[in-house]
Write a protein that binds this ligand. Structure first.
Ligand SMILES: Nc1ccn([C@@H]2O[C@H](COP(=O)(O)OP(=O)(O)OP(=O)(O)O)[C@@H](O)[C@H]2O)c(=O)n1
Ligand SMILES: C[C@](O)(CO)[C@H](O)COP(=O)(O)O
Length: 231
């Protein structure tokens, strides 16, 4: 099934502390945003992309999309203070007749068409699905540097993007979160709180989000490994 994608790219990358927003950092000579957009541009099932940028970077983003000749970027819209608000602004621009919408962080450039396909198939069946990987570390709840509890990790998954939803569901979830003043760290949590079920699809440990500077080193290694596989 065809899908639309909202790509939030309006963050400031404070934790990366690179002096520029994360999407403009170059990995093997190409901006992070280009690595991300290339995947959706190449996926025949992707019908269109809504790109969300910060107000100050909209012109830069327009120029970038023209330079890289992305044909599927239908609109570039200004985002908000928080990721959730940026996604909400993007969702408002997805055509009403779209069935399925994916939300994907610009800062997760290592997503593959294969993972997207598996996610889309699940969301078509269930209405909402997210990519995630089982947590590998032992996780403890800590208060004031003292362990309160060791959490049973057998049911813990680290959730990624893309997250795929029927458009009507995710729009309702965002509308309700907005009117209730609820702020979540991903879109699925908004869908969960309106009582919808969210399915998990096994993701890929390489689908990291570039958050701090050490992620750049790992990211370059992922790209080099993929280049080697192609050669
Ligand atoms: N107001 C915001 C905040 C984040 N994002 C986007 O949401 C994705 C994931 O967010 P995160 O990693 O938290 O990015 P930043 O907010 O840029 O990072 P930081 O919190 O370190 O400033 C990124 O692609 C980012 O550009 C967004 O569109 N609008
Ligand atoms: C949406 C997300 O990528 C899921 O892992 C993530 O929650 C967004 O950013 P943050 O780093 O948690 O603020």
């Amino acid at each position: 099934m065809n899908y639309w994608t909202v790509i939030p790219a309006a963050g400031q990358g404070k934790r990366m502390n690179a002096g520029i927003s994360k999407q403009w950092i170059e990995l093997l000579g190409k901006p992070v945003l280009a690595h991300t957009l290339d995947v959706f541009e190449k996926d025949p099932a992707c019908a269109g992309i809504i790109l969300v940028g910060s107000e100050q970077e909209l012109q830069q983003m327009q120029n970038f999309v023209q330079t890289f000749q992305y044909t599927k970027v239908r609109q570039i819209v200004p985002g908000g203070e928080e990721r959730q608000q940026s996604v909400y602004e993007g969702l408002k621009k997805v055509p009403e007749d779209a069935d399925l919408v994916l939300v994907h962080d610009a800062a997760r450039p290592f997503i593959t068409i294969d993972s997207i396909g598996q996610l889309v198939n699940k969301a078509v069946d269930t209405g909402s699905a997210v990519l995630a990987v089982p947590v590998k570390d032992t996780v403890k709840r800590v208060v004031q540097h003292q362990v309160e509890e060791t959490i049973d990790r057998s049911s813990l998954w680290a959730v990624q993007t893309p997250q795929a939803f029927r458009l009507s569901i995710v729009k309702r979830a965002h509308e309700e979160a907005d009117s209730d003043g609820y702020l979540g760290t991903d879109d699925a949590s908004l869908v969960e709180r309106i009582g919808e079920t969210v399915a998990i699809v096994m993701g890929d440990y390489h689908n990291i989000k570039l958050t701090t500077s050490d992620d750049l080193l790992y990211g370059q290694a992922i790209l080099l490994e993929r280049q080697g596989e192609k050669a």
